[in-house]
Ligand binder design. Structure first.
Ligand SMILES: Nc1nc2c(ncn2[C@@H]2O[C@H](COP(=O)(O)OP(=O)(O)OP(=O)(O)O)[C@@H](O)[C@H]2O)c(=O)[nH]1
Ligand SMILES: [Mg+2]
Length: 238
């Protein structure tokens, strides 16, 4: 049986994190849960510390300041390898990613996928609770990255994923260039260019109910820069 680690990057998720850890533990009892908290001013880290004191499968990696989503993922991968977990999930800590789909993602990787993506853009995948404008913008950004980088996966910008052990080690072998949200595009691009087997599992993505978004205008610009940079490194048309 595989030993998964569910990595939850947090910045000001005090309203969600305790309930989410409980939901993850229920959905996947064999998994460890690692919260990578970037010194959240709202006390997220302290809440996780209290849970970790009573549950030996819950861990906290406390970083001094907001270092970005990409570096949080890489820290989670490094933790997984150091502590001998052979699967690493990434998941937002705001209940947008449904914990009850964790087993489906794990089954895909246990069945041979190098990376399983919880996907909004495959049949039966959907987005609930977002205003139409946000659905449109998000889908347009995804289509843009997918087209320019000629990616096969349909959901290139979602952060609900399960990585197999070999994939984690492969991704750790080279530093990530993008530190923020666009790390998701870079991680997927590296996997696809290496010929790894990427499988998508439909999910219903739900808008966060509690807490505030951390996506800034800056992140959107950075994503454009990341896509251009990755595109310029692309091998000639195959
Ligand atoms: N450790 C860490 N976590 C972060 C950072 N930025 C965002 N996060 C977390 O990453 C996850 C995704 O961020 P969100 O703000 O939900 O981004 P989003 O889902 O695109 O935006 P919303 O739909 O508006 O919530 C959440 O769990 C955040 O708390 C960061 O710099 N460091
Ligand atoms: Mg969110």
């Amino acid at each position: 049986m595989s030993t998964p680690l569910v990595c939850l990057p947090t910045y000001n998720e005090a309203e969600n994190v305790v309930r989410l850890i409980a939901a993850v533990r229920r959905a996947l009892p064999q998994a460890g849960v690692l919260v990578i908290d970037d010194g959240s001013p709202d006390g997220t880290g302290d809440l996780v510390r209290q849970v970790a004191a009573t549950d030996s499968r819950v861990f906290l990696l406390s970083r001094p300041g907001k270092l970005g989503l990409g570096t949080a993922y890489m820290a989670g991968f490094a933790y997984a390898v150091e502590h001998e977990f052979d699967r690493a999930f990434t998941m937002d800590a705001d209940f947008s990613h449904p914990p009850d789909r964790l087993p489906a993602l794990l089954a895909a990787v246990d069945g041979g996928a190098d990376l399983a993506i919880g996907s909004r853009y495959v049949p039966q995948g959907k987005i609930e609770g977002w205003p139409l404008r946000r659905v449109f913008l998000s889908s347009a950004a995804n289509t843009f990255a997918r087209t320019v980088l000629r990616l096969h996966a349909h959901d290139c910008t979602g952060g609900f994923r399960c990585y197999a052990e070999g994939t984690i080690k492969f991704l750790l072998s080279e530093p990530l260039r993008s530190s923020g949200y666009s790390a998701l595009i870079e991680l997927l691009t590296r996997c696809e260019r290496a010929g790894l087997r990427v499988v998508e599992v439909p999910i219903t993505f739900t808008d966060r109910v509690a807490g505030a978004s951390k996506v800034s205008r800056d992140e959107i610009w950075r994503a454009l820069v990341t896509v251009s940079r990755l595109a310029s490194q692309r091998a000639p048309f195959r």
